[in-house]
Ligand binder design. Structure first.
Ligand SMILES: NC(=O)c1ccc[n+]([C@@H]2O[C@H](COP(=O)([O-])OP(=O)(O)OC[C@H]3O[C@@H](n4cnc5c(N)ncnc54)[C@H](O)[C@@H]3O)[C@@H](O)[C@H]2O)c1
Ligand SMILES: [Zn+2]
Length: 385
């Protein structure tokens, strides 16, 4: 007898991205409010060592905060300090350390794992939180621009395995996110700048007025002023959040608009042994796909010029020698297709503020785009095409 039982259900996900400052000053009630006031919850902190180095009082502040708010939270173990940057994702070691701490300290599905750090630490800790007991409540406190406006506010986590970026990971919405702008002044210039490329990305595919705002605010952003950076982070985060809820949050399809510029970026990060920051690689990837869009006659030269100039005024490099290797580009496209898990789908531009998806790219034209980027990098802007 042929039988079947149909199953359908939907589970709504809801989380808030809070914007605050000095989150662990005792007088700031936000963190305790996010944890919830009803009972004392176990909390386990995982902290980026790059943040600890620049904020040496942070761990003591966390301990004092827990003491002051002990009605709702208790530290079930001392914070785990892990290396910042891609190193923390290139091994399973730190995931194991978190899982062991969950086991040793009875961290359960009603406890909280709180990660403080850059996108790499958040990705690693988010992955460990998602798999222990099939998912422990996870709060993210992103400390870089990229993590506050992009990687830390979404639903993905991962580590790198088999030399492949983000090969192992899950979709797991966080319990909450807290963006604290007091972490931003200690960022190295590269990390301050790096996350701006994700804002350029969302502006280019969806919001021409945001792009114009960045052009007008370029000096303040370059000079590391906090108010324009706060505005950039808020607008970019809002667009990412809207996109996640309005589109395909768990990326079931092959279309991945927010991965504009990312196919080449992923390959460049891997090829340079992560010498390039994610956002730096994304800036080059966007510049490449924008130049390709121009060569395909999809955008005007003046639009391309505005895009490249904005990156250059912000201090980004738009070409590195690895970009001009033919096999790199075809491998990069194939790996990206594998990553999408279906048909190759690449976002290009039909205007500033308008993304368009295509399903194939011409390798010779990509190489030509890379050559143009080398010229742009040398300050030569006349194109002979
Ligand atoms: N999950 C996602 O959806 C998603 C999206 C985009 C990117 N990512 C991932 O994010 C990672 C990159 O994150 P990132 O750009 O935030 O950089 P990062 O995490 O690599 O950190 C860069 C450096 O900054 C240091 N640092 C962090 N905060 C600091 C602070 N406030 N002051 C001083 N130093 C500080 C870190 O220790 C590290 O050395 C990549 O692994 C990328 O794959 C994930
Ligand atoms: Zn990105």
């Amino acid at each position: 007898m042929k039988r079947s039982i149909q199953q359908t259900f939907s589970v709504p996900f809801k989380y808030t991205v809070h914007f605050s400052e000095n989150v662990f000053k005792k007088e700031n009630p936000l963190f305790a409010e996010v944890i919830g006031q009803h009972q004392q919850s176990k909390v386990y902190f995982v902290v980026d060592n790059g943040v600890v180095a620049k904020h040496p009082d942070l761990l003591n502040e966390i301990r004092a905060y827990a003491q002051a708010h002990k009605a709702c939270l208790v530290l079930c173990a001392d914070p785990l300090v892990v290396p910042g940057g891609e190193e923390v994702k290139n091994t399973k070691k730190y995931v194991d350390q978190i899982l062991e701490a969950c086991n040793a300290n009875g961290i359960d599905r009603h406890s909280f794992i709180v990660a403080i750090g850059g996108g790499a630490v958040l990705d690693m800790a988010g992955f460990a939180s998602a798999i222990a007991h099939r998912g422990i409540r996870h709060i993210r406190i992103p400390t870089t621009v990229l993590a506050q406006n992009d990687s830390g506010i979404g639903v993905k986590n991962s580590i790198n395995v088999y030399g492949k970026k983000n090969f192992l990971g899950t979709f797991a919405p966080p319990f909450a996110v807290i963006n604290d702008n007091t972490f931003l002044p200690t960022l190295e210039d590269r990390d301050w700048r790096s996350g701006i490329s994700e804002a350029v990305k969302v502006a280019l595919i969806k919001d021409a007025s945001f792009f114009q705002w960045m052009e007008a605010s370029v000096e303040g952003l370059r000079e590391r002023e906090i108010p324009p950076m706060e505005e950039l982070i808020y607008r970019c985060a809002k667009m990412h959040m809207d996109h996640i809820s309005g589109g395909d949050p768990f990326e079931m399809g092959s279309s991945r608009p927010l991965d504009f510029g990312h196919w080449a970026a992923h390959k460049l990060e891997q090829l340079t042994d992560y010498r390039l920051r994610h956002g730096e690689a994304v800036a080059i990837g966007i510049a490449l796909d924008a130049t390709y869009s121009y060569l395909k006659k999809m955008i005007s030269y003046s639009a391309l010029h505005r895009i490249i100039s904005l990156f250059q005024q912000l201090g980004f490099v738009v070409h590195i020698p690895e970009l001009s290797q033919k096999h790199l580009l075809s491998d990069g496209l194939e790996e990206f297709r594998e990553h999408l898990g279906g048909e190759l789908t690449i976002m290009l531009l039909s205007d500033i503020g308008k993304g368009v998806e295509v399903h194939q790219m011409d390798t010779d034209l990509i190489l030509l785009a890379a050559e143009h980027l080398r010229d742009f990098e040398e300050g030569k802007f006349e194109l002979n095409t």
